[in-house]
Design a protein around this ligand. Sequence first.
Ligand code: ADP
Ligand code: MG
Length: 272
Amino acid sequence: MNAALDPAPLDGVDEAHDPDVVIRVRGLVNRFGEQTVHDGLDLTVKRGEIIGVVGGSGTGKSVLMRTILGLQTPEAGRIEVLGEDARAGNRAARQHIERNTGVLFQDGALFSSLTVGENVQLPLKENHPELPDTFRYELALLKVKLAGLPADTISKLPSQLSGGMRKRAGLARALALDPPLLFLDEPTAGLDPIGAAAFDRLIKTLQEALGLTVFLITHDLDTLYAICDRVAVLADKQVIATAPLPEIEQLDHPWVQEYFHGPRARAARDAR
Ligand SMILES: Nc1ncnc2c1ncn2[C@@H]1O[C@H](COP(=O)(O)OP(=O)(O)O)[C@@H](O)[C@H]1O
Ligand SMILES: [Mg+2]
């Protein structure tokens, strides 16, 4: 990118060239008709962290993720992912981001008519058409096992799996290209507490073993306390704070107070 044309304030440091920043969002504006979802939103995600993104329902967490991924065009703002401009119509930049990010969408979004193995092989087919079929199959099998699924899951259809297994299959597909950056939208929603805790541990283990950076949208307090390094709070159309949990808990904001000091928060904190 051309730093000379970079109009944004740099917080006193030469942010533009910080290799430890994996995602940088500045001045993001998203609107749907009359509704303003984001209004001057800033967010910085650092290399190697699990950042938990929280906020009330409808505050724009999923829209933020989709915008960062370049799946949705914002009205204004600057977004960099892995040093590339995510908004650029630039094909090379888009391809770089796509090849280096894995995504688990809120609804899982596996193709129901394809087996787990075929689902996991899709990104490999799209991005590495030169690979022989057998090699692709072996890679898919590896990812299925990495996601904690038994090997025979590879030939099953999504409808033959439990909710927790489908999430893991979605994770296997997200990991298909060995991305350094992983996006997860409410991965433990709909799982029972034991399944959710196991999924949290899996994410943490993978993050440590593979050195991943994880952008994790969640409303699951247990997840926040168990695995997140920092938490970004969406409220009032912005990220009102990004900090480790002990600092977030102290914020003088009505939603934060209610969320982090209600009975469920107490239970999650005590369970650590
Ligand atoms: N494609 C869309 N068209 C119109 N409105 C949308 C669209 N996507 C999201 N919204 C609205 O934007 C707001 C934020 O949505 P979302 O990011 O999904 O919230 P959440 O924080 O629960 O993930 C909601 O009010 C939603 O209805
Ligand atoms: Mg959402």
